[in-house]
Design a protein around this ligand. Sequence first.
Ligand SMILES: [Zn+2]
Length: 203
Amino acid sequence: MTTKDPESEHPSVTLFRQYLRICTVQPNPDYGGAITFLEERARQLGLSCQKIEVVPGFVITVLTWPGTNPSLPSILLNSHTDVVPVFKEHWHHDPFEAFKDSEGYIYARGSQDMKSVSIQYLEAVRRLKSEGHRFPRTIHMTFVPDEEVGGHKGMELFVKRPEFQALRAGFVLDEGLANPTDAFTVFYSERSPWWVQVTSTGK
Ligand SMILES: [Zn+2]
């Protein structure tokens, strides 16, 4: 898909570029802009939208597609809304313009990490729902602030909240990383996560 005829752009791409233009950049992300965008998506998709303010100004937004068997544990599709800062002088295109070149490349801070994923969740749900699909398990899309600075005012607090327990998450997806080859990178974990801390004393 090229920019030759902007009218012909796939609506998913248009939505992605809209979201990229919301300046949720650290250290002062426009979280209000992101929440407004997500509320509008919920309205258009016919999904419920719950907002949980874990710290003043730090809101988790949850869009929910109920399953046909709500007693089952749910699927969580998680993503963070903030992005890391930029050195604008090193960019060929404004990092918050979401410019798409004639080759189809979209330039923006957040295009890989991870607004692409948020929009992929939303557009996959939109498509499945509009085509009449139903699934036993409820799907929650959770959009969290603060990931790029450790999540201490985001997911770290959210998982302790009763609203999080009420989601009854059975399985979660979140970001991976880009892969320059034809393969895809998946972070794999089962049972209890294995975190190893190595302390080097230099002696
Ligand atoms: Zn990320």
